[in-house]
Write a protein that binds this ligand. Structure first.
Ligand code: OSB
Ligand code: MG
Length: 371
């Protein structure tokens, strides 16, 4: 396989509603899209999940663009055999910048699967035809609005609700939702918003309102505080931001700092690492699930393929297209199916088509690179 070109588009898609977390509000998503074309005319699509501001992690659209232009794309074009594995090895010496690495790595996975005329799910060894999903609910202006929003998602068919929390928006919001819906599967995600001294307080409200999983309450490096929260807890403690590579997972597992693993393709630098981390966690009896970054249908399709593989046993943060965008970049859109599931596309590669017309309408910039 030889590469003919790489097109890098910057796109801005308005979200159907603002998404607020402990680190800020997003009203639209701006991302970089990669379209690879081989000399045989096969395409491969990737998406970079970095946001405009480095709030979730240290990467941003601007830093990702710089390193793609100046380092990763040249490194890609130097490869005699551009496989996802060869690309990951070639850029390993550059520290961090995992979202930018992932954007290229996943595009190469799509390209290879399309060239072989099979689905990405199959290429990854996926077995499931449908993946179980839930919905991540942003911080709302008031408690009644939150309860109403949760009710709408339950009516839509979502079987698991994850509430974004932060100090001051936690016990009351969990209580309000629990009072209205005594039996739903309820998770929370704090995106590192709590001081380590909050262990007893978090434990108290999470236990009292039967929260099934508490995700990343403490800072990325606070392995010990997460281990303290996990000790004897009746809920799972999930790590997201802390886990970026094999070493960070190994340390956290050894410290018993997690009883659930959120794998984001973007955060760990690609599908290859994501699958490897989930398998390593499974060997230590820690279940995994696929996390989301409000991706367009392109990133979502990659995430769905990953979630179809064996170690992903918990419900993933992969909602239907219309939960994020009025008009997605891919066709067909992802729709919620029976039992709170998304169907795993069976067509070649990511199995959905990118709609150039929609992409162009939301495009802010484009640049094409050739070997
Ligand atoms: O921590 O999981 C997170 C979105 C942006 C940044 C961080 C997170 C999220 C989500 C979105 O929770 C989940 C989704 O894409 O459905
Ligand atoms: Mg998270």
């Amino acid at each position: 396989m030889r590469l003919a070109s790489l097109r890098l588009d910057e796109v801005e898609l308005p979200l159907v509603e603002p998404f607020e977390t402990s680190f800020g509000v997003e009203r639209s998503r701006r991302f970089l899209l990669i379209r690879l074309t081989s000399t045989d005319g096969v395409e491969g699509w990737g998406e970079c999940a970095a946001a405009v501001d480095p709030l979730y992690s240290s990467e941003s659209v601007a830093t990702a663009q710089w390193i793609l232009w100046e380092r990763f794309i040249p490194a890609l074009f130097r490869l005699p055999d551009p496989t996802p594995e060869a690309f990951s090895r070639a850029v390993e010496r550059f520290r961090g910048n995992r979202m930018a690495k992932a954007a290229v790595e996943i595009a190469l996975h799509d390209l290879r699967a399309r060239a072989a005329d099979h689905s990405l799910s199959r290429a990854l060894g996926g077995r499931r035809g449908r993946v179980r999903v839930g919905v991540s609910v942003g911080i709302q202006p008031t408690l009644p609005k939150l309860v109403r929003r949760v009710g709408q998602y339950l009516d839509d068919g979502y079987g698991r609700i994850k509430l974004k929390v932060r100090p001051g928006w936690d016990s009351q919001c969990v209580e309000a939702v629990r009072r209205e819906y005594p039996d739903i599967e309820l998770w929370v995600d704090a995106n590192q918003a709590y001081p380590v001294s909050a262990v007893p307080a978090i434990r108290a409200w999470a236990e009292r309102f039967s929260v099934a999983q508490v995700e990343q309450p403490f800072a990325e490096r606070s392995i010990r505080a997460h281990a303290e929260l996990a000790r004897g807890a009746p809920f799972r403690v999930c790590l997201d931001e802390t886990i970026v590579d094999d070493a960070s997972l190994d340390d956290a597992l050894s410290a018993r700092a997690l009883t659930s693993l959120n794998v984001k393709v973007a955060r760990v630098g690609g599908l290859g690492t994501g699958l490897r981390l989930a398998r390593a966690a499974a060997r230590r009896s820690v279940p995994a699930w696929v996390g989301g970054m409000l991706e367009s249908g392109i990133g979502r399709a990659h995430n769905v393929a990953l979630a179809s593989t064996a170690p992903f046993v918990l419900s993933s943060d992969l909602s239907a297209s219309d939960r994020y965008y009025r008009e997605d970049l891919t066709d067909p859109p992802f729709v919620l199916g029976p039992g709170s599931t998304l169907e795993v596309p069976r067509g070649p590669g990511i199995g959905v088509e990118v709609v150039e017309r929609v992409l162009r309408r939301h495009r802010r910039a484009t640049r094409t690179f050739r070997p």
